[in-house]
Design a protein around this ligand. Structure first.
Ligand code: GLA
Length: 391
């Protein structure tokens, strides 16, 4: 691991929006620059990413692959900050939403952009659950419910330890964090790692591992917001989505699952790829205000299996996702409000979507859902893989 200064991408090589001909040339130059990097290819470049409001210095780590994709991750919230992927002519774009430094991630404009979300991703009804004969009350931070791990000590708001390494597979950063017993109201001390690996083939794999000194609910995801035309492009509704899911978990008016597992209705049927916009009216006027649904994956629950494919027909970029998790939350950016993000980009309503691999929302209160309880002596391991291509 080395700590040489990051070589910023020259402005002309930075593609956030729809490509122009000049940008295509710039992209090609950028690609050739990737193939002949000015720093040694085996080095993981680390740069400062600002100082948190309480004075902690955080860092940005750059992962490169021989085949093109580049990822940048920070130890603040074990967050994916940038993800560069080539279009069908080789032009690179950063395809996720985010901020230029840690202050952006600490601000109210941050709606969990790219972060590691937990201890329990998504909602817990009224922030309350019973475990081992005790009732636990967590922060209520989303209407009447608990969302995404709570408040100031949720996992997306803490600084993780980081260790960068070059392995046979590719470049990798392992983030580690020990959450003490009672943090954000959750029982038991949890020891966690989240490892981002950018393989030589350009796949971004996220491996999660956790142990606990007591029984506790646990459900981590990554909350990247994708726009395959490049972050800042105006909408994601013309992206085509395919989900490997014939069932979903219906929710009540506050987005808590009813406990049912139902067959997808037409508006939620993404078994064949189709534009996100096609049946949006079927969900826009409901409590979810668009797509914000947990799908029950049809794949093998014991294996890394296909979950989702997102395709931008304009640029040709394709993201496909494999996971060991039983569910995926498809969220169509319904609460994006035009906040200012990386390099001056604006994040309009529905200008990105999330595909959050996970156990089902409110599992701790839903006895029929796969359990999210981690017990002492167990090691929890889950993996989600992101593959980038173009057609
Ligand atoms: C998840 C939730 C949404 C919303 C976003 C963050 O996807 O399901 O309802 O809270 O996170 O804004």
């Amino acid at each position: 691991m080395m700590r040489a200064p990051l070589l910023p991408l020259p402005e002309s090589h930075v593609m956030d929006r729809r490509p122009s001909a000049a940008a295509a040339i710039a992209g090609a130059l950028f690609l050739s620059a990737c193939q002949t990097p000015t720093h040694r290819p085996m080095e993981i470049v680390t740069t400062p990413f600002g100082t948190t409001a309480d004075g902690q210095q955080v860092r940005l780590f750059e992962l490169r692959s021989a085949s093109g994709p580049i990822a940048r991750v920070t130890d603040y919230g074990a967050t994916l900050v940038e993800m560069w992927a080539p279009d069908r002519s080789g032009e690179m774009a950063d395809v996720i939403l985010g901020f230029d430094d840690v202050r952006g991630y600490e601000s109210d404009a941050n709606q969990y952009f790219g972060c590691t979300t937990g201890r329990v991703a998504n909602r817990i009804a009224e922030g309350r659950f019973e475990l081992g004969g005790q009732t636990y009350q967590l922060a209520v931070n989303n209407g009447p419910n608990h969302l995404h791990g709570g408040g100031a000590r949720a996992l997306n708001r803490v600084v993780w330890d980081a260790e960068a390494a070059v392995t046979e597979e590719g470049q990798q950063v392992r983030f580690r964090y020990v959450s003490p017993n009672g943090e954000e109201g959750y029982p038991a001390a949890l020891t966690m790692s989240v490892t981002y690996t950018l393989t030589a083939d350009g796949d971004l794999r996220i491996d999660y591992e956790a142990t606990s000194d007591g029984a506790t609910p646990f459900n981590l995801t990554n909350h990247a917001y994708w726009n395959l035309a490049g972050q800042g492009a105006p909408t994601v509704l013309d992206h085509e989505l395919r989900l490997n899911a014939s069932r979903y978990t219906p929710v009540d008016a506050t987005l808590i699952p009813t406990g049912a597992i139902d067959t997808v209705p037409v508006a939620l049927d993404f078994r064949s790829a189709r534009p996100i916009r096609d049946h949006l009216e079927g969900v826009a006027g409901t409590s979810t205000e668009g797509y914000d649904h947990n799908f029950v994956l049809d794949g093998n629950p014991d294996a890394l299996d296909f979950a989702a494919e997102l395709h931008d027909p304009t640029s040709g970029r394709v993201l496909s996702i494999w996971t060991t998790e039983p569910g995926i939350q498809f969220y169509s950016g319904n609460f994006l409000f035009g906040q200012r993000g990386k390099r001056g980009a604006t994040y309009a309503h529905r200008s990105a979507c999330c595909l959050e691999t996970q156990h089902f929302p409110d599992s701790v209160n839903q006895p029929t859902f796969p359990s999210t309880i981690l017990r002492p002596g167990e090691t929890l391991r889950t993996t989600t893989l992101h593959r980038f291509s173009a057609r």
